[in-house]
Design a protein around this ligand. Structure first.
Ligand code: ADP
Ligand code: TRP
Length: 325
């Protein structure tokens, strides 16, 4: 399979990004052709007023990718803005994408509701899924490993493929979203979805002390106040993480919580240590990469060159199909 995915460099990656998507990429790279993009133009849809951190964050995301275990020999790791064909395909797809499709996208509706007036909604924010479709279609990707919240975007990419292939000729395959089995949307420290924009994250790069301190502040079942109180693990963010980090112990933890024999303080201490253990190899690789910025830069350059080869070939077909010679 040809696989493409991407993350916005709006900040460093967190455990939701890691568990919800990135770990799946690491698995998939073994048997597939992978393109792992860092979508810096997408980051501008929300950070255009102060873009000063995007370039640095992009390098940090590259380090997160590599520290997670992506192998730059096998997969192309690159910045979207280094491959200009993304912009050209975005422009051409924007001609055939009905505005109504974009206005119905849930992530657009959410972001729009957070802004005060129609005049503060950038055109680029409405066009976000068109740019994402361009990212995917440029590589004729069959599969796109992402978290659940991204599925409406992939559905839109599929509709765009059907429309393009019908209007002109069969150029693109329909991409499929690939979810990581058994992992739902992970909650943040405050119980809402863990997200860079909510400031409720544990970063992949957070060290042991920060992890312990953050896990200590995590929300739990509000009805479980004292140790002996029976808890409801199914609504508890700490339990959501226990299921991911210690699946073998999850049943025991859930019954201890329900019976009131396991208190939240002990549960959190146990979880923090499990996360620290799981991230130890990631942290070790990160330390090594941080000391070699020129190596990371070289990986991004080589990744862009490899991506560009595929992107140029697709664009030649697209221009021809759309009558541009
Ligand atoms: P954020 O909400 O922090 O800005 P992004 O929207 O950039 O995260 O998401 C990058 C990838 O990580 C996507 O594939 C998304 O589905 C996944 N992801 C983000 N947050 C979570 C979460 N809390 N749980 C599971 N997956 C997530
Ligand atoms: N919208 C994705 C997110 O917020 C990021 C993204 C942009 C992406 N282009 C993509 C993901 C292409 C997969 C494929 O996570």
């Amino acid at each position: 399979m040809r696989i493409l995915s991407g993350m916005q460099p709006t900040g460093l990656l967190h455990l939701g990004n890691y568990e919800g998507a990135l770990r799946n990429w690491v698995e998939l790279q073994k048997d597939n052709e992978m393109f792992c993009c860092i979508v810096d133009w997408h980051a501008l849809t929300t950070q255009y007023e102060d873009p000063s951190h995007i370039a640095d964050n992009a390098r940090q995301v590259a380090i997160d990718y590599l520290a997670a275990g992506l192998d730059p020999e096998g997969c192309a790791i690159f910045l979207q803005s280094h491959v200009k064909e993304h912009a050209e395909l975005f422009l051409l797809l924007s001609m055939i994408t009905p505005q109504g499709w974009l206005e119905r996208v849930p992530t657009y509706k959410d972001k729009k509701d957070q802004l005060d007036s129609e005049d503060s909604i950038p055109f680029g924010l409405l066009g976000y899924p068109v740019l994402m479709s361009a990212d995917i279609l440029l590589y004729k990707a069959d599969s796109v490993p992402v978290g659940k919240d991204q599925l409406p975007h992939i559905e839109l990419a599929r509709e765009t493929v059907r429309r393009f292939n019908h209007l002109y000729r069969e150029v693109f395959p329909e991409p499929h979203g690939l979810l990581r089995e058994g992992v739902e949307v992970l909650p943040g420290l405050d119980g809402r979805k863990m997200s860079k924009s909510y400031g409720n994250t544990i970063l992949m790069s957070d060290g042991p002390d920060i992890i312990r301190q953050k896990v200590r502040t995590m929300f739990t079942d509000p009805e479980k106040i004292r140790m002996g109180d029976p808890g409801h693990p199914e609504i508890c963010p700490v339990y959501a993480y226990q299921r991911v980090y210690q699946p073998e112990k999850a049943e025991e933890i859930a019954s201890g919580c329900r019976a009131g024999t396991l208190g939240c303080v002990a549960d959190k201490k146990d979880l923090a240590e499990a996360i620290i253990r799981a991230l130890a190899p990631v942290h070790e690789r990160r330390r090594d990469l941080e000391a070699r910025p020129e190596y990371v830069e070289e990986i991004l350059r080589a990744g862009a060159a490899r991506a560009r080869g595929v992107a140029e070939a697709t664009m030649a077909e697209v221009r021809d199909a759309m009558g541009l010679r």
